[in-house]
Design a protein around this ligand. Structure first.
Ligand code: ADP
Length: 496
């Protein structure tokens, strides 16, 4: 009889519960969205208790999808990273809404700390950059702005956690206050060399030790879901941040293996094994996972605009009705006819780092139509990936022969071929595209002892297709040069 694993994927806009069997096959998937709050310019919040309600709701549905009399042997939790909650240890109620990773309210504080010359120290200890994105300044903001919070925190009445930690607290009815190493590594309070909360960072960001969760390996037995919630106890035997869970779900368990997730933006993560890479190009170093005692690190880079450029074609320009039409349009012509798009709608991320840059279209002629623009938009996603990959190559001195891809955009077969062409590497699309949930389900299986070897995970990974390059190298060089000139011109214009 099959043994089942429950994966809870708490994302930025929705919460999903999936059941997998012990062969890694999807049995069911339930998802529900929740409210995004934008109370001020650059502020993004979630209601912590609404998130808990969505969790209870999707987990109940997932359990109902199982054959009568069966139960999951274990559950794993993966989550939107960096999002920050502080709650009352008595009631479990947050004292302030969750401050979401996208929230920029602490930008001034980060700038001030950079001017004080603190970035190098922070970066050396955490692998991160002094940016509002990470939890530390969000924690400080809540403690400084909610009346009485700091005094209560120091007395030990309050608890801080990323979303995983808050969920574990509620699933165990307040018995467990814990997180895993991947989530801890995104707080900017955790030293990824020592693998411990860092006293100096806690002082720097004014965070009292008393509010911190305990930190464990990803495959730790964190606690058990309280029997009163769903009429059964379920061991919680895995936690990992979403990008790290995707890395595991893509079976990138060897140094040099790399995955890119194409959703609204593009997120590249490369396993760097036991090495912490200090990037020369402002990429992030982070904990990839700690499993069965072994710690692996990762190098991470992102570009802001991937699927969102396609959304702009649909909702802004209105030249398509659905995202998938871009594939037909791109295939309908032989080239984009010299048209290049730089989708810097919200600035340019790694490796260009230009927040002032804005989107541009180059090379328009009277013959330019929606097909050329759609194709140039898809190509821009390939060029951005190629730029990041080359940067990672420089930082790590490693070469890659394959890129594993996931996210909503991988339904676009033309894009996948272009990715393979422009980077001249094999592009691999997995069978289970919900790699985040898949990754944490496998981790939970390890945590409960269902799979006793990490390298056994590779037997669960199945690919849907592998795409090899078709374009000749000279053509890729020409196109990449044109793209780089377009990026240069965009940055030049932004600086005027
Ligand atoms: P997120 O998790 O960031 O919400 P998803 O992984 O669900 O994103 O991917 C959705 C994005 O992928 C949207 O921006 C959409 O425009 C884009 N997308 C979905 N299908 C296609 C397609 N066939 N071709 C091009 N873009 C697509």
């Amino acid at each position: 009889m099959s043994r089942y694993l429950l994966a809870l994927d708490q994302g930025t806009t929705s919460t999903r519960a999936m059941i997998f069997d012990d062969q890694g096959q999807v049995i069911s998937s339930h998802q529900t969205e929740f409210t995004q709050y934008f109370p001020n310019d650059g502020w993004v919040e979630h209601d912590g208790m609404e998130i808990i309600h969505t969790v209870m709701d999707v987990v109940a549905q997932a359990l109902n999808s199982l054959p009568v009399g069966t139960a999951p042997v274990a559950m794993g939790i993966t989550n939107q990273r960096e999002t920050t909650l502080i709650w009352d240890r008595e009631t479990g109620e947050p004292i302030y809404p969750a401050i979401v990773w996208q929230d920029r309210r602490t930008a001034d504080l980060c700038d001030k700390m950079k001017q004080e010359g603190l970035e190098n120290k922070v970066s050396e200890k955490t692998g991160l950059l002094l940016d509002p994105y990470f939890s530390a300044t969000k924690v400080k903001w809540i403690l400084d702005n909610v009346t009485g919070a700091r005094a209560r925190a120091e007395k030990g009445e309050l608890a801080f956690g990323t979303v995983d930690s808050f969920i574990v607290w509620h699933l165990t009815k307040g018995k467990i206050h814990a997180t895993d190493v991947t989530n801890a590594s995104r707080t900017m309070l955790y030293n990824i060399r020592d693998m411990a909360w860092d006293k100096e960072l806690l002082q720097m960001f004014d965070v009292p030790r008393a509010i911190l969760p305990s930190v464990h390996a990803c495959d730790h037995h964190f606690g058990d879901v309280d029997a009163s919630l769903f009429g059964q106890t379920i061991p919680i035997t895995a936690i990992a941040g979403d990008q790290q869970a995707a890395l595991i779900g893509q079976n990138c368990m060897q140094a040099g293996q790399i995955k890119c997730t194409y959703g609204t933006g593009g997120f590249i993560m490369m396993n760097t094994g036991d090495k912490i890479i200090q990037s020369q190009n402002r990429l992030l170093s982070t904990v990839a996972y700690q499993i069965q005692g072994e710690v692996a690190y990762a190098l991470e880079g992102s570009f802001f605009c991937a699927g969102s450029a396609v959304q702009w074609l649909r909702d802004g320009l209105k030249i398509i009705d659905t995202a998938s039409e871009t594939e037909e349009l791109a295939r309908s012509i032989n080239s984009s006819d010299g048209v290049y798009m730089v989708p810097a709608f919200t600035g340019l991320g790694a490796p260009h780092w230009n927040p002032a840059a804005r989107g541009t279209l180059f090379g328009l002629s009277r013959a330019t139509g929606k097909a050329e623009i759609a194709r140039a938009t898809l190509e821009s996603i390939g060029f951005q990936t190629a730029d990041l990959l080359e940067t990672m190559q420089q930082d790590t001195d490693m070469s890659f022969d394959a890129l594993k891809v996931d996210g909503g955009m991988v339904n676009n077969g033309w894009l996948l071929q272009f990715l393979a062409d422009i980077m001249q590497i094999e592009v691999i699309r997995p069978k289970v595209t919900e790699t985040t949930a898949f990754g944490v389900a496998l981790l939970a299986g390890i945590g409960i002892g269902l799979f006793n070897k990490v390298n056994k995970l590779s037997t669960f990974y199945r690919y849907h297709n592998r795409i090899t390059p078709k374009m000749v190298i000279d053509e890729t060089i020409l196109q990449k040069n044109n793209w780089r000139n377009a990026v240069k011109s965009t940055c030049y214009y932004a600086a005027k």
